[in-house]
Ligand binder design. Structure first.
Ligand code: DCP
Ligand code: MG
Ligand code: MN
Length: 432
């Protein structure tokens, strides 16, 4: 871990970034809608300032230029107004009145600290303060020893390694975790599915910040897929013709018919094949998890079994279809680290690669762009969107667009950019 520099030594740009990041910490632990909005635009500004590669000049800080620097193609015209004021204030005075006020507010600080614990949200933090007079993670740890019922079992477990999980790891350590998961995944696949080609098992990772070339990583993200785990082939469609039956999906479908328990029969219901694919992915992931746990590499699963119940859902499909997701804690050396593993059906591969590479702002703007083109984009694919009607909220009319078309087949990340008419961006160019 890099030692923090004293503030006086920081170059002006880093000093601004530091204050804005402090502000983000407070926004993160507030539960109202505006804070989440402020968090988003402030984080985006932090990223832009980090990428600027030079210090802001007095000229920049003159409002018009600052807006240009912070500008986003998709941002509403005035959405950066408050932010421009804040950056100007930091540039001129070195700090923010708002931050001075919040730092001096013990309740606000306690909520921020407590809600960093995995499994404790804004509400629970408030309860701990009001009912139990707990104002810090240290107090929470002490109280949880004496009075275990104060938090759920899953919080007890994350509390134990909470301090470790606040640290970022080196690229080297992230790579080590990725390799460990990869070799175990290969072994588990070969054992569970001996009739399927283990050489075609893709274990991509670390994804996320590591793949974007960041100097350190908050966790390790691993993406797994295999072409035989295809489900829902009937809903995929080739690029050029929405109506044309895709030859790719047909031939792949033929392959999925002998997946897993090898029970498939001729003329079987295609949905059955999809269910079997999903069951096979779930079983693989659970076995991988148990193996890594038995080896002592995984120390804990988040939320009980580590399986994430809620993943993105495509309109008209079973929730969570196409992706099994695990979240856990491992200990490769002497520090606990967060590990995310996602197993996708192969038709989602290109989209999942983009999603899991991030960053989240890059993903958001790509989704916005797709929406403007009449498509709906998520980690599972790109579909033609159609207007399903108009609703009315807060005095504004909102178009409800939903995905209706069948999945556009993209084999690689490049294809997704191409379909949308965007220039390809290398992972390191996605740190927006
Ligand atoms: N992601 C997203 N939206 C979210 C969460 C995640 O689009 N709300 C995507 C983009 C992220 C990727 O998933 O880059 C991995 O998520 P992480 O939370 O692990 O974020 P990073 O790997 O980018 O950063 P860190 O180093 O903090 O893990
Ligand atoms: Mg990550
Ligand atoms: Mn992650």
């Amino acid at each position: 871990q890099r030692a923090p520099k004293p503030e006086g030594e920081l170059p002006p740009n880093d000093r601004i970034v530091k204050k804005l990041e402090e502000l983000c910490g407070f926004y993160e632990s507030s539960d109202d809608g505006t804070s989440q909005f402020r968090l988003r635009i402030t984080r985006r500004a932090v990223n832009k300032l980090k990428l600027l590669g030079r210090d802001l000049t007095d000229d920049d800080v003159e409002e018009h230029n600052l807006r240009k620097i912070l500008g986003s193609k998709f941002a509403k015209k005035d959405s950066n107004k408050g932010l421009v004021q804040k950056i100007t204030e930091i540039h001129e005075s070195g700090d923010l009145d708002r931050l001075r006020e919040w730092r001096a507010d013990p309740r606000r600080c306690a909520i921020m600290e407590l809600s960093k614990v995995w499994g404790i949200g804004y509400r629970k933090a408030q309860t701990l303060i009001d009912k139990n007079n707990i104002w810090s993670v240290k107090e929470l740890k002490e109280e949880a020893e004496k009075n275990p019922k104060i938090v759920e079992a899953r919080v007890h477990r994350t509390l134990r390694c909470h301090d470790d999980l606040q640290l970022r790891m080196s690229r080297e350590e992230a790579l080590e975790i990725g390799d460990r998961v990869r070799s175990c995944a290969k072994a588990v696949f070969a054992e569970l599915l001996p009739l399927h080609d283990v050489a075609k098992l893709k274990v991509e990772g670390p994804m996320g910040s590591f793949r974007r070339g960041q100097p350190d990583c908050g966790d390790v993200d691993v993406l797994v897929t295999h072409e035989d785990w295809l489900d829902d082939p009937e809903r995929t469609v080739s690029l050029d013709k929405q109506s044309q039956e895709s030859s790719l999906s047909r031939s792949s479908y033929a392959r999925t018919r002998n997946l897993g328990d090898e029970e498939a029969t001729e003329g079987e219901d295609p949905d059955y094949g999809a269910q079997r694919s999903r069951a096979s992915r779930d079983k693989f992931l659970a076995t991988l998890r148990d193996r890594l746990h038995a080896q002592g590499f995984l120390t804990d699963h988040l939320g009980g079994d580590g399986f994430q119940k809620k993943t993105t859902t495509v309109q008209g499909e079973v929730p969570g279809a196409g992706c099994s997701s695990y979240m856990g804690i491992c200990k490769p050396r002497d520090t606990h680290r967060r590990l995310d593993i996602k197993v996708y059906a192969p038709q989602h591969y290109a989209y999942a690669m983009i999603y899991f590479t991030g960053n989240d702002y890059f993903n958001r703007s790509m989704r916005c762009y797709a929406k403007a083109c009449g498509y709906s984009l998520c980690d599972k694919g790109l579909r033609k969107a159609a207007r399903s009607g108009v609703s009315h909220k807060d005095g504004k009319y909102i178009d409800n667009k939903v995905a209706v078309g069948r999945l556009v087949v993209c084999e690689e990340e490049r294809d997704v950019f191409e379909v949308l008419g965007l220039d390809y961006k290398e992972p390191h160019e996605r740190n927006v």
